[in-house]
Write a protein that binds this ligand. Structure first.
Ligand code: F0G
Length: 482
C-alpha cells in the first residue's frame, strides 16, 4: 500500500488533520504596512506580529502541535535532575534512532556550539554539503572553516535533480587527501539542506559518504533539523525506499552516521534540541559541556513541557501522513508560481517555497540586497513576511566588500499544519501582482550593520522612494482593499 491519496479530478494537497484551535490574524492596511516595514529597518526579522498577516519567516518553533503533544505537556515532571520527562525523551530517541547516547540542548545552534567546541581546532576544515548560518559561525569562532563539497546542481536554482543536497564523494576524498585526516574533525551532512531551498540528500549518497568517513576514521555528523522533509523525499523520490516505512528509513539514516543533532524547533514540532551519539568517547567530550552551557543533563536548557512535546512530536514524525503536509503544500505553491512564469527554486523542496530573487528582480544588484528588497516589497504587497536568504545573510569579506551569495533567495517558509490552502492561494495572488509590478521595486542599503549574523538585527533603508511608488500602484489597482 502506497499510503498516498489519489484524486479523481484535480489533485490538491490534502490535510490529514483537522483544526481545533485558531489564532486570529490581522491584515493591516497598506499605509500601515509601509510604516511598519520602515520602522523595522526593512528587515523582516524586526517586524512585529500584530502587523503580519502570513508569517512565513520560518518553520522554527512555530509548527502546529497535535492535541496529544499539548496534552502531554500537562504531565511534565518538573525536576532539575532525574526528571521522568527527560527519561521519556531519551528512551524515545533511542527507540527511533537506535544511537546509544543522547544529550539535550536548548536549540539547534547550541548543539553546533558544543560540537564545534568539542572537535574543531584552529586551522581545521569541516566539509559539508552546504553551510547553515549558525553552523558556519560556530565553526569559525573555534578557528575552523567550512568547505562546501556539493555537486554543481546544488546551486542551480531551476533543476530537475531530486537530490540537490547530495555531497560529492569525489570532492570529499580530495579534501581528505589535501588537508589530511587530522585537519578534518568531522564531516557534516545536512538533511533538507536549508540554504539551497530545503533540498534533500539521498540515503544512497549518505551511505557512500559514511563509507569514506569510516575508512578514514572521521566521524559523520548529520544535521537532522530538517529530517522530516528529507525522510519524506527519500520515501517518494528514492526508488529503493519506496516500500520502506518512515521509521525504517529513519533508522537506516541513523545507522549510517556517528552523531545526529537537531533543532527540535523543527524536528519534533516543539522548542528545544538534542545530540544523538553512537560512540562513548564522542559523548564524553560533549557531555561535560552541557551543564556549563545549557543546563543539567536532564533538561539541557529546555522546559520540561517542551521536552514532553518533543517526545510525542518525534514519534508523530514517523508517520508519512504527518510529514507529507509541508512538502505537499510547498509543491503546490511552487508549481502554481512556476505556471505563472515566476522564478522559484525547483524541484520543490521542504521547509518552504523559495523565490529566486536574482531572476525576479534582475534590475536590482546583489550589492543592494536583492532578496532583502523583495522581502520588504512582499510585506508591503500582502502583509506576508518572508526571510532574506541571500547576500544579506552572508558576512563581509576582509576587505569590507560584500560576499555575493551564490543563490539569492526569498524564503517563504511553510510552518507545518498552520496555513490553509486558501491562505496559500492569497500568497500566490500577491506574489503574482508583485511580479507584474516588479520594475517598481528598488534596492536597499544598510544604515546599521552588525558585524556577525547581520541579517538578524541589521537595519536598512530603500535606495529611493520605490516603496511609496509600490504602495501607490497597489492602491490604484486594489482601491481600498486591504
Ligand atoms: N541547522 C539547520 C539546518 C537549521 O535550519 C537551523 C535553524 C539550525 C541548525 C539552528 O537551529 O534555530 O534551533 O538554533 N534554522 C532556523 C530557520 C533558524 O529559520 O531556518 P536553532
Amino acid at each position: 500500500m502506497s499510503e498516498q491519496i489519489k484524486f479523481f479530478g484535480e489533485s490538491v494537497p490534502l490535510e490529514m488533520h483537522k483544526v481545533r484551535i485558531i489564532q486570529k490574524l490581522n491584515l493591516v492596511p497598506i499605509d500601515q504596512r509601509v510604516k511598519a516595514i520602515t520602522e523595522a529597518g526593512n528587515n523582516t526579522f524586526l517586524l512585529t506580529n500584530d502587523n503580519i498577516f502570513m508569517d512565513m519567516l520560518t518553520d522554527s518553533g512555530v509548527n502546529a502541535m497535535s492535541d496529544i503533544q499539548q496534552s502531554s505537556m500537562m504531565i511534565a515532571d518538573d525536576s532539575y535532575a532525574g526528571s521522568a520527562t527527560y527519561a521519556r525523551l531519551e528512551a524515545k530517541v533511542k527507540e527511533i534512532f537506535g544511537m546509544e547516547y543522547f544529550l539535550p540542548v536548548h536549540q539547534g545552534r547550541a548543539a553546533e556550539h558544543i560540537l564545534a567546541k568539542a572537535f574543531v581546532k584552529k586551522g581545521d576544515v569541516v566539509p559539508m554539503n552546504y553551510h547553515f548560518t549558525t553552523t558556519k559561525a560556530h565553526i569559525g569562532l573555534c578557528g575552523g572553516s567550512v568547505l562546501e563539497i556539493h555537486y554543481p546542481e546544488a546551486l542551480e536554482v531551476d533543476s530537475t535533480n531530486p537530490f540537490k543536497g547530495n555531497m560529492s564523494p569525489e570532492l570529499l576524498k580530495d579534501v581528505i587527501k589535501k588537508y589530511g585526516v587530522k585537519k578534518v574533525p568531522y564531516v557534516r551532512l545536512e538533511a533538507g539542506t536549508n540554504l539551497i531551498g530545503g533540498q534533500p540528500y539521498s540515503l544512497a549518497n549518505q551511505k557512500e559518504i559514511y563509507g569514506i568517513c569510516k575508512k578514514h576514521g572521521i566521524p559523520l555528523v548529520l544535521d537532522t533539523s530538517l529530517l522530516a522533509d528529507n525522510l519524506y523525499f527519500i520515501k517518494v523520490r528514492e526508488t529503493a525506499y519506496k516500500n520502506k516505512t518512515i521509521r525504517q528509513i529513519a533508522r537506516e539514516i541513523a545507522d549510517n552516521a556517528d552523531i545526529m543533532y537537531f533543532s527540535a524547533r523543527k524536528l519534533g514540532h516543539a522548542r528545544g534540541g538534542g545530540i544523538c551519539i553512537k560512540n562513548y568517547d564522542h559523548y564524553r567530550v560533549m557531555r561535560d559541556m552541557i551543564p556549563l552551557f545549557e543546563g543539567f543533563l536532564t533538561y539541557g536548557g529546555m522546559s520540561v513541557r517542551e521536552i514532553e512535546a518533543i517526545t510525542v512530536g518525534l514519534d508523530e514524525t514517523m508517520d508519512l501522513h504527518m510529514i507529507n503536509q509541508g512538502p505537499q503544500f510547498i509543491e503546490y505553491m511552487v508549481s502554481e508560481l512556476k505556471k505563472k512564469g515566476i522564478p522559484v527554486v525547483t524541484p520543490a523542496g521542504g521547509l518552504g517555497c523559495h523565490i529566486d530573487a536574482k531572476r525576479f528582480l534582475d534590475h536590482v544588484p546583489q550589492t543592494e540586497y536583492t532578496s532583502g528588497a523583495l522581502g520588504a516589497a512582499l510585506y508591503i504587497a500582502g502583509g506576508i513576511r518572508g526571510m532574506e536568504r541571500g547576500t544579506m545573510s552572508e558576512e563581509r569579506k576582509a576587505d569590507g566588500s560584500d560576499t555575493l551569495a551564490a543563490v539569492e533567495l526569498l524564503r517563504l517558509a511553510m510552518p507545518r499544519r498552520v496555513f490553509t490552502l486558501s491562505q496559500i492561494k492569497y500568497a500566490i495572488d500577491r506574489i503574482t501582482w508583485l511580479y507584474a509590478n516588479r520594475k517598481l521595486i528598488g534596492g536597499l542599503k544598510f544604515t546599521d550593520e552588525p558585524k556577525l549574523l547581520r541579517f538578524f538585527l541589521g537595519r536598512l533603508a530603500p535606495t529611493s522612494d520605490w516603496q511609496q511608488k509600490l504602495a501607490a500602484k497597489f492602491k490604484s489597482d486594489f482601491g481600498d482593499s486591504l
